[in-house]
Design a protein around this ligand. Sequence first.
Ligand code: ACO
Length: 444
Amino acid sequence: ADNVGIIAMEIYFPQNYVNQTDLEKYDKVSEGKYTVGLGQTNMAFSGDREDIVSMCLSSVRNLMEKYNIDYKQIGRLEVGTETIIDKSKSVKSSLMSLFQEYGNNNIEGIDTVNACYGGTNALFNSVQWIESSYWDGRYALVVTGDIAVYAKGPARPTGGAGVVSLLIGPNADIVMDRGQRGVYMENAYDFYKPDLSSEYPYVDGKLSIECYLRALDKCYAHYIENYEKKTRTTFNLDQFDHVIFHSPYNRLVQKSFGRLYYNEYIRSPNDARFQEFKTNFSTLGLDKESYSNPKLDSVSLKISKQDYISKVSPTTLLSKELGNSYCGSVYSGLLSLITNTNDSLIGKKILVFSYGSGLASSFFSFTIKGNKSLNDIRIKTDIVNRLSKRIKSTPEQFTKVLETRESNNSMKSFVPIDPIDDLSPGTYYICHIDNQKLIRHYQY
Ligand code: ACO
């Protein structure tokens, strides 16, 4: 099949959020630390009625209904998440309840786990299935996202939640560029979840940023090498109209875009645009000292600022409003771009950097071939309106919700007590848990 890519998109996010300025006051940190220092606006969170299965159910059902897709038309379903509620059973198998109702049990795929990268692996598998001899002519569905929560401390404001569903098929308007990919994988302990009785990760914040930026450099170099080999043309960053980055928090996205310009300077040291890099950092290179170098950061941000506004900023709406949705992050970036662009995107090229700690990462790209799906996605996801209808909670309420999640998590079973009135229409929620068999039951 040709022109394989994204045909339809949907996102589910919780109704409740906490404001980052309120959180700064509550946490007694300096004013601006979360809103300017991290660059975040709000953070989505959910109470005891929602888990990763309920959020994925909501996301898939809303996609199927809004776009009027027949459940029998799905031949592959892959879930990318690191929010684990069962050490054996996949989230995908829970989602089968939607499909078996329509007599469709013939669906390949299961879950992929590696921090924030599972969704990208799921997408790659799905695109490759459609391009392969195993394809049976039906769509693939990629369901990807997480509930990101951190223990009290500096990482807590970088949580978030959301699940994106992507319908993948041939003759798409958002086409994945064939054979053009840059990959970097490494065994690292920057962020991991070794305590199975807790939702919280072990995280070395500074190391995770270093790992992220190293992965960015390496993937970028591999992407360029691949691009030049496949297209027999010289790679030029300016050919890309938009760049989407995995977004733990917005400031890292700003710095990452700046770092691509620093990489470009290293590739072309005599380019006049990069004179300031040459004057100050002619011997620095891409070594460790360059990962947390305030002077380099400030020059990179300055040089890339104008392009950041037009190329990257439109991709950041959802990640600033929801926070880090881990596996959903880059796909919420694509949805933000579609939401924020009213002009035709035909012919535009979009570069994507997906990063999952531990670590797995890739650069890959899309070319926009038509407007129809984009208009459809813009109307059906109705992002701006849905964001405006959310419920603002206080930091005290947010903290209480996390305390409840903590105590529920340390028990085998719990009785959900949060009211269901706050949930938006079309949301699945946990109605009860069978405390003998520990089966969670969901209602719509
Ligand atoms: N006004 C403006 N800026 C401020 C203010 C203020 N009042 N206070 C601090 N800042 C700036 C700092 O200078 C710093 O900027 P810099 O990044 O340019 O150096 C930034 O805000 C953050 O402040 P720090 O003191 O460095 O923050 P802290 O160490 O407390 O925590 C961290 C930040 C490490 C990112 C933490 O939130 C964390 O561990 N998050 C989870 C890990 C993570 O997201 N890693 C990213 C990749 S892995 C992944 O996706 C999970």
